[in-house]
Design a protein around this ligand. Sequence first.
Ligand code: HEC
Length: 125
Amino acid sequence: MIKIQVTATKKLILSVSIFTAALSLPAQAAEIQGNAEQGAKNVRLCVGCHAIPGYRSSVPEIYTVPLIGGQSSGYIVAALQAYKKGERKHPTMRSVAGSLSDQDMADLAAYYSAQNAETKANKLK
Ligand code: HEC
């Protein structure tokens, strides 16, 4: 009888800690706020490919580089995370994204999502 009670207590502690961990995860993610001005400082890592309409990267094969200016910040962060995790496979983007922190990604996403038709002259787009 006592043994059963101990097990039940352990299970309760375990489920409470899992619950707490689950609660703290989204809270941390929500704390990351993108800052477009900070993002602008890292854009030099991207303009070599993304700023040039119709530009094709040649490694590892001829590849059209997508325009990312004006895309939603959520999409940009999700794409960068997917490259970092290896869920997206493009090798150059994987190494670029691998060097970015969550904050860097949020900042770059804030920068790029703020680009629109009126900012066309912006060379860093
Ligand atoms: C060497 C060239 C190169 C550099 C540098 C580069 N990218 Fe890319 N990027 C690409 C290519 C090529 C793709 C498309 C790859 C694919 O199809 O998965 C891509 C895809 C992306 C995508 C997904 C776009 C979509 O429509 O799904 C995002 C977001 C992105 N890059 C952001 C960045 C950011 C931010 C930087 C700078 C920190 C950067 N890239 C630097 C070549 C580059």
